[in-house]
Unconditional design. Structure first.
Length: 300
């Protein structure tokens, strides 16, 4: 099956490609299961029809005996696991292609619009309050649509019971509160996030992401408190874990803003230029501001 490429598409085309991709492997899954069940039925039925004459001494097995029937069902189920596994892999890849709109193409508005269209489908409606939902919150925050981000955070909390998603919601709630000047409430979110993560250490992907979110939120709060040196240091530390395009742009831009506010224009220009080089055509709300600051500093 071909890879799903959503780069350069508009919302309508992206939605059509996603739905077509999903229908193609879903149909193949059901067809594979049908074929496996059909073969099983043929084997069972054929066992009822003697092929060799009885006087040849062939010992026929009763296909409906407990031992024969149970073994045949087990074998059939094992074969059915193959297309189920392939289906799950395809579903995971589909989500990764969808996330790429936000993480690599850096188009949060397009991601929001695509998800809003997809939730009309039953399958995506279920995902809306799980993994897809966390990226939806992130996209809303990147778009500075804080009201939508907070609404979806509350929706996630009411629908999802998984601790992993609750930690992500707490992180983005803290970021939104800090960005809107409610620093004390943001600090409470940070304390709660630390409590949820606990003191366990490890090198798993989830553990690293949890620590990076704490560091990132500390940086956002430090920036809101105008502690720019600490904010830049924390942003750089978080960048070691978050290596997708949009995170690198946002964190590098944050470092540039911190340097700019400290009057270190050489460092600010370096950060702004690096952020722009990551994805020059990124469609983020602050890209015009970033370019204006580059022109301003270059003209000094």
């Amino acid at each position: 099956m071909k890879k799903l490429n959503l780069t350069g598409t508009d919302v309508d085309e992206a939605v059509d490609r996603i739905l077509t991709y999903k229908k193609s492997f879903t149909w193949r899954y059901f067809f594979a299961v049908f074929c496996i069940v059909l073969v099983w039925l043929v084997v069972i039925i054929s066992a009822l029809i003697p092929i060799l004459p009885n006087d040849w001494g062939y010992d026929y097995t009763d296909p409906f005996s407990d031992e024969y029937f149970t073994k045949s069902v087990i074998v059939m189920c094992l074969f059915i696991l193959i297309p189920i596994t392939i289906l799950l892999v395809r579903m995971t890849k589909l989500h990764l292609y969808l996330y790429k709109i936000l993480l690599d193409d850096c188009e949060p508005r397009k991601f929001i619009d695509v998800v809003d269209r997809l939730v009309k489908e039953r399958y995506f409606r279920k995902c809306y309050v799980n993994a897809v939902g966390t990226y939806y919150i992130a996209a809303s925050a990147y778009e500075k649509d804080y009201e939508k981000a907070m609404e979806h955070i509350e929706l996630m909390r009411s629908k999802s019971k998984l601790k992993m998603f609750r930690k992500i919601c707490m992180f983005y709630q803290g970021c939104v509160l800090a960005d809107t000047g409610r620093v004390e409430k943001a600090q409470k979110c940070l304390d709660k996030l630390k409590e949820m993560v606990g003191t366990k250490t490890g090198n798993s992907r989830i553990a690293k992401a949890d620590r990076a979110r704490i560091i990132d939120l500390e940086g956002v709060i430090a920036y809101a408190k105008k502690d720019y040196e600490r904010a830049a240091s924390l942003y750089n530390e978080a960048m070691k874990t978050f290596n997708n395009n949009i995170s690198r742009i946002v964190l590098t831009y944050g470092c540039g803003n911190a340097a700019y506010n400290l009057g270190n224009y050489t460092e600010a220009l370096k950060c702004y230029s690096e952020a722009l080089e990551i994805k020059p055509d990124a469609k983020l709300v602050f890209m015009d501001d970033l370019r204006e600051k580059i022109d301003e500093i270059s003209g000094l």
